[in-house]
Design a protein around this ligand. Structure first.
Ligand code: ITT
Length: 204
């Protein structure tokens, strides 16, 4: 039977990036919703890696013969002691719009000089295999908190994440360009290599 890869995320924006990056693996990639799984996952880990594994294992418990992947990611702002960090989705309230979340962060960074505005996006991707083993990779992209929101692409904190080398925010990049340098792009490409090896090794 053809192996499937299920991605344990409820975030459609992540799912779009995931499909672009893992699309060429030659394996069916489904969101957990598409796989018919509806589990409430408590992300109570102390790190991005732990939370990614918690999400993947929660779905793997239900879909025991599939490869299950999960992403845990977020924005670390050095000046704010790495907040919102692993609480990025919950920052200022899970249901609060990103227009508001971003403006709260910009307010907290008001008057902070450029060299102290350093920040990074972090992404941990975990893969749980049918034999119960797990693989986790973690990647980052370094940048600065912008002085104002800019750009319509991407999602979440992209409009306030400025990448000096490119002179724009990740919300001002095309999806292809963002994937090439983003935390998620790098982590998924690293995971793709792990998956290729496993799949070539007969895990189909
Ligand atoms: P799942 O847990 O269902 O995957 P989620 O959105 O709750 O979805 P996380 O717990 O990993 O995911 O929270 C990550 C948050 O960090 C996300 O909601 C964004 O606010 C932010 N974030 C992560 N990657 C980002 C990116 O590429 N661009 C902008 N913001 C990002």
């Amino acid at each position: 039977m053809m192996k499937r890869i299920i991605f344990a995320t409820g975030n459609e924006n992540k799912m779009k990036e995931i499909r672009m990056i893992l699309g060429d693996l030659g394996v069916e990639i489904l969101s957990m919703k598409e796989a018919g799984v509806d589990v409430d996952i408590v992300e109570d880990g102390a790190s991005f890696e732990e939370n990614a594994e918690i999400k993947a294992r929660a779905v793997a418990r239900v879909l025991t013969s599939d490869i299950v992947l999960a992403d845990d990611s977020g924005l670390e702002i050095d000046y704010l002691d790495k907040a919102p960090g692993i609480y990025s989705a919950r920052f200022a309230g899970e249901d609060t719009s990103y227009v508001i979340k971003n403006s709260i962060l910009l307010d907290r960074m008001e008057g902070v000089p450029e060299e102290e505005r350093t920040a990074r996006f972090v992404c941990a991707v975990a893969a749980v295999f049918p034999d119960g083993t797990v693989d986790v990779v973690r990647k980052t992209i370094e940048g600065r908190v912008a002085y104002e929101s800019a750009g319509e692409n991407g999602f979440g904190y992209d409009p306030i994440f400025y990448v000096p080398e490119y002179g724009c925010t990740t919300a001002q990049m095309s999806p292809e360009q963002k994937n090439e340098l983003s935390h998620r792009g790098k982590a998924l490409r690293a995971m793709r290599d792990v998956l290729k090896e496993k799949l070539d090794g007969g895990l189909r």
